[in-house]
Ligand binder design. Structure first.
Ligand code: PLP
Length: 444
């Protein structure tokens, strides 16, 4: 399989774009080699600039749940674009998209924005304004976009219980320490750490923000203890301390069920964020909550939030059409495809003696290249025990066989309704040789 044109484009790109990409993971740094430049896509396939057809398990990092270039979505986009692409004034399309979100989720009102980052950034401002408090709690390994306050990793002592309330350190140069000093980072699934942090700082905590089911350190399953779901525990703890519970459903929203993770655990957050699927492949995202909270936003209230392209008519048409096509049947099919792949991976990895853990939230799942003594990955620290060299070998062998996986060991694999038996067979057939490549380099 040649990648000569991708190489040329990558050379050119690196002259004019930092690292040759507009979002870091696309650069293949974690797996090495040259990123594929994509020329087109249809159904479950990407076609790269060299004309190679690849089965796509990234799906634009989640949004393309109906597959690429779905005829009804494209028709809606063409129709909307033909009437003009942005007006800077309200439209029927954005009302329809907002109604579709409100109908599926516990939020009463939403504000549309352009990216998940914007949604979480705005939700923090709203939570702080609503509570008159400054501190924000997040979990290590959860990603909420490149918002300063949430681009924080745990300081060395934060993961221990006694230091559970230690303040976070910035995860990137340029993030002011003063900003992340308002952020507490805790280990995911660790109820004792959450309880301790709230016991010490509860009166100063504006909100706790969590991925509804984490997918950005690989897929981590929220635990259930004494019949209580982790999200229910978080909601209860926030309530007890007058803090707001914020569920980030940018990744899980409308993907893991018609109602997102909310449809699976039934826990009602105070505020929610959405993105990816609801934009139908366009830049669109949203945040929402009870009307009483959302009414604090300008122009009704005084919490400022705005956007030149927010509620863009083309993006809204793509998003509303996508949501309309997502009936319960879609999720049954996605779950079935995910089952086929999960079982195939587990079987092949076991056959070649490659230690692994497969975890899922609905059809969203990931394969951890963890050592043999790990049988569950509950948090980021465990996810970090992965053999990234084995993952890189597996990734490249799959790519050579025409399967495009996430180029990082810390990402979910995404499926679409367009992944039919033919596409699934191509993936399954590529697995044994790729697993053997990984087994050959693993140190486990
Ligand atoms: N929140 C979650 C859970 C995400 O997965 C992401 C992106 O992957 C974001 C927020 C940020 O969204 P965006 O990349 O659209 O800014």
């Amino acid at each position: 399989m040649t990648d000569a044109v991708s190489r040329q484009l990558f050379e050119r790109a690196q002259q004019v774009v930092p690292g040759g990409v507009n979002s870091p993971v696309r650069a293949f740094r974690a797996v090495g080699g040259t990123p594929r430049f994509i020329a087109s896509a249809h159904g479950p396939y990407l076609v790269d600039a060299d004309g190679n057809e690849l089965v796509d398990l990234v799906c634009s990092w989640g949004p393309m749940i109906l597959g690429h270039a779905h005829p009804e979505v494209i028709a809606a986009v063409r129709d909307a674009a033909g009437r003009g692409t942005s007006y800077g004034a309200p439209t029927q399309a954005e009302v329809e998209l907002a109604e579709a979100i409100v109908e599926r989720t516990p939020v009463e009102q939403v504000r549309l924005v352009n990216s998940g980052t914007e949604a979480t950034m705005s939700v923090l401002r709203l939570a702080r304004a609503a509570t008159g408090r400054d501190l924000v709690v997040k979990f290590a390994g959860c990603y909420h976009g490149h918002v300063d306050a949430l681009l924080a990793s745990a300081g060395s002592g934060v993961a221990t219980l006694s230091d559970a309330a230690a303040l976070a350190t910035p995860a990137s140069p340029g993030v002011p320490a003063a900003t992340t000093a308002q952020t507490l980072v805790l280990p995911y699934n660790d109820r004792a750490a959450v309880t301790a942090a709230f016991a010490e700082h509860g009166e100063r905590i504006a909100c706790l923000v969590t991925e509804a089911a984490p997918g950005n350190m690989g897929v981590i399953e929220p635990g259930v203890e004494d019949g209580e779901h982790f999200n229910a525990f978080l909601a209860r703890t926030c309530r007890e301390h007058g803090a707001l519970f914020v569920s980030d459903e940018v990744m899980t929203g409308f993907r893991v069920s018609r109602q997102g993770q909310y449809g699976r655990d039934g826990v009602e957050p105070d505020l929610m964020t959405f993105g990816k699927v609801m934009g139908g492949g366009f830049p669109a995202a949203a945040f929402g909550g009870r009307a009483e909270l959302m009414q604090l936003l300008s122009p009704v209230g005084s919490v400022y939030q705005a956007g030149t392209l927010s509620g863009n008519p083309v993006a809204s048409a793509a998003g509303a059409t996508t949501l309309r096509l997502l009936d319960d049947d879609v999720y049954t099919r996605l779950d079935r495809s995910a089952d086929v792949l999960r079982s195939a991976v587990a079987e092949v990895f076991t056959e070649v003696g490659l230690p692994h853990v497969v975890q899922s939230a609905g059809s969203m799942f990931s394969v951890f290249f963890t050592p043999a003594d790990v049988d569950r990955v509950p948090d980021y620290a465990t996810a970090q025990r992965q053999d990234t060299a084995a993952h890189a070998a597996f990734f490249h062998a799959m790519l050579d066989a025409g399967v495009y996986l996430p180029p990082s060991a810390y990402e979910a694999w995404f499926l679409s309704t367009a992944h039919d038996d033919v596409a699934l067979s191509r993936i399954v057939e590529a697995l044994p040789a790729a697993a053997r490549s990984a087994a050959a380099v693993t140190t486990a």
